[in-house]
Design a protein around this ligand. Sequence first.
Ligand SMILES: O=C(O)CCC(=O)C(=O)O
Ligand SMILES: [Fe+2]
Length: 602
Amino acid sequence: MNSLVGRFKRPQDEPSENVYNEENPRRSTRQRTSTSFRSDFVTFLLENKPQTFKEAMASLDSSFWKEAVNSEIDSILSNHTWELVDISLGNKPLGSKWIFKRKMKTDDIIDKYKARLVVKGFKQKEGLNYFETYSLVTRITSIRILIILATIYDLQIHQMDVKTAFLNRELEEEIYMERPEGFVVPEKENKTCIARSTMEFEFIALDKADEEAEWLRNFLKDIPYWPKPVAPVCLHCDSQAAIGRAGSMMYNEKQLDLYSIKELPESHAWGSSLDDHPPCDSRNVESIPVIDLNDEKFVMDKIGHACKTWGAFQIRNHNISQRLLNDMESAAKKLFSLPMQQKLKAARSPDGIGGYGVARISSFFSKLMWSEGFTIFGSPVEHASQLWPHDYNEFCDVIAEYENEMEKLAGRLMCLMLGSLGITKDDVKWAVGPTGGCSALQLNSYPACPDPDRAMGLAAHTDSTILTILHQNNTSGLQVFKEGNGWVLVPPIRGALVVNVGDLLHILSNGLYPSVLHRAVVNRTRHRLSVAYLYGPPSGVKVSPLSKLVDQTNPPMYRPVTWSEYLGTKAKHFDKALSSVRLCVPRIGFANSKDQSGVQVG
Ligand SMILES: O=C(O)CCC(=O)C(=O)O
Ligand SMILES: [Fe+2]
């Protein structure tokens, strides 16, 4: 509860001072039922949030409100919700208003300051600005289907009251709004109005459609005889801006501050889907092989065997110093310990690769993951300087050194992995030389979780790389899936690194080395960190099954793809990405189980 700042008694039969008095407001003509309050009826005004822009700017919290206003303006401009334009002749702008709100944590401490810009839509006139209004109703056909299903399966029908925003369709007209106070864009100071785009509405419609789809899937899941797993629902949206906004954390607030949450929110409760393949007891079950890279005589064979049977292995004696691994871990820790507001300054943009955000695969799941990530692709300077404006060199230096060392190691591993298939450097020309590969660095953070058995750190996936080299801190969580064994823990070994076969090596090897399905689970007391070095081919190079591995009896199983093409395919088809670039059915013996239906999406 906020502090009590106002208290007034409302005189009977007298309009309150607070009653809205703009000219010609649009009012309902519905007959109102009269309400009689006793004479001692008292209203308490419990929120002391500013009512106007001026009030906000004059308040003690003005610097926070300014930041909130700027953040709203930034997002409005970057998403083209409103644009500063000259008003076209004959158009009259609507008014605008800033709405200020403090979001409180459960313990009444201010969590964040929010400013929202709203248009005074009530000034629109019926017959001129709009013709029809709608109210949300359920189609009678939907109700009939529900009743039929309930009858067939002997279910009980329970009716709930759900309040939702409603939109009938896209906005086709242009709407002009007076430039709000504080909305200053350099070189556009003289523009007085802002034209409204339809993006906001499209986004809300998309959001609602998503809710409906989730409801329907959950409903079907609850029907015992309905075939499982229930197929994912595809939503088609032709508005890039709305899709962009759906992926932007600035708006959808998907990025909760996991460090301060005391109870697992419903949005993060995966429940039974975690029990699909219960993890094996690590004491009884062998995990992925641990291979000593100094073991020159057998190293190639051991790697070949591990790639074929597990798709993953750990390596020792890899020449990456413990000092560098520690520095990298500390850099990741420093980043994830920043306040959420600060981390969001380096948020990944909707169409970007680098920056801070939720796991990219999140969009394929109805539940959110208990993790946060930071991707570095190319120079980290821009994002690092947003995080630490005066002190970003240290972070960037560690990243540069780590990437440099990892690149050498990745090249060496690639030679060993391909060498175990009888492939030499001459067979893969692009892998030789200074531009041997392209890479990205993925830092992952899994805060301690109040209910780890029902939460998911990072959902099951394969990497879209040739190979991934992973450093994990001394908290376990990584699991790999092995046919017949289920989920197997990959225990952290001090100084050892995990190597995963990625989808592109799966393609290069024509399916002989299947990419490994893996996931990360979370922990009740410990904060887990991991750093994944994602290694792929140079940009523009098409990866296809190596000619030495292809003959008449073993035709190429995958069509050629560049790394970026494949990433696009993965972003669209996720666990079906490999099959979507497949040319023919895999030979019996090394069918990739997850490529068929292993991963459950949503
Ligand atoms: O945190 C881990 O152990 C797994 C990370 C991972 O799979 C990834 O970043 O792709
Ligand atoms: Fe991964």
